[in-house]
Design a protein around this ligand. Structure first.
Ligand SMILES: [Zn+2]
Length: 217
């Protein structure tokens, strides 16, 4: 297996740089204009706008960046829920509910069902929206739906090591991949005791304050 070179690692780091300016988070630094190819990219507030954007000084294109939506399911079967153990980074080997990025042109319900089929090989009837969690520090929004497994014919997809049903007392709480998943599952088991599942809208902030990174590299 090839060991990543220093330059390859550096390029990966560049891609993950978070630029924070004027209260808005940009997920990566822009090097070249995707319209004209120029490298004359400026981060500034365009006329009539109120937030900094990447603007091409050569052709004038304004490159807006907006939050990404993650859609997923909490698949139920009797008193158990279906979890997937991740076969990919980040959080390889940890457990999650099936979820992933919404595609362009896709509805949130279709996206949640698709991710569940891809990651867990499971067919579901998608129900009500259950948790909607904003993660402003990474510009993501999680939308998790309750869902009913149609059958028990599930299997791990390429992005999962293992897929299985868990009762509440079997949930691997210390081995969950994301805080959004832990919060969704904790709410679920509390609400199940009450017999009602209101839609829960909440926020997860950055875990610990850290100096903002400005600029690439
Ligand atoms: Zn341009």
């Amino acid at each position: 297996m090839a060991v990543p070179t220093q330059s390859a690692a550096s390029r990966r780091c560049d891609y993950r740089v978070v630029v924070r300016a004027g209260g808005q988070t940009h997920n990566f630094a822009m090097r070249y204009c995707s319209v004209c190819g120029s490298d004359r990219i400026e981060l500034r507030v365009p006329a009539g706008d109120h937030l900094p954007r990447f603007v091409c000084a050569a052709c004038g294109a304004i490159h807006y960046q907006n939050p990404k939506v993650v859609v997923g399911c909490l698949p139920e079967w009797d008193d158990r829920v279906l979890l997937c153990r991740r076969a990919i980074e980040p959080r390889h080997g940890l457990w999650t509910l099936p979820a992933g990025f919404l595609e362009n042109g896709e509805t949130v319900i279709a996206g949640a069902a698709r991710e569940t089929l891809e990651e867990a090989g499971a067919r579901v009837e998608v129900g009500e929206l259950y948790t909607m969690i904003s993660l402003p520090h990474i510009s993501q929004i999680y939308m998790m739906f309750r869902a009913r497994l149609v059958d028990l014919d599930y299997r791990a997809g390429p992005e999962s090591l293992e897929v299985r049903l868990f009762r509440e007392d079997e949930i691997p709480w210390e081995e969950l991949a994301f805080r959004t998943i832990g919060r969704t599952l904790r709410n679920y088991f509390l609400d199940r005791r009450q017999g009602a599942f209101p839609t829960r809208v909440s926020v997860i902030e950055r875990r610990t304050p850290r100096p903002d990174l400005v600029g690439a590299g």
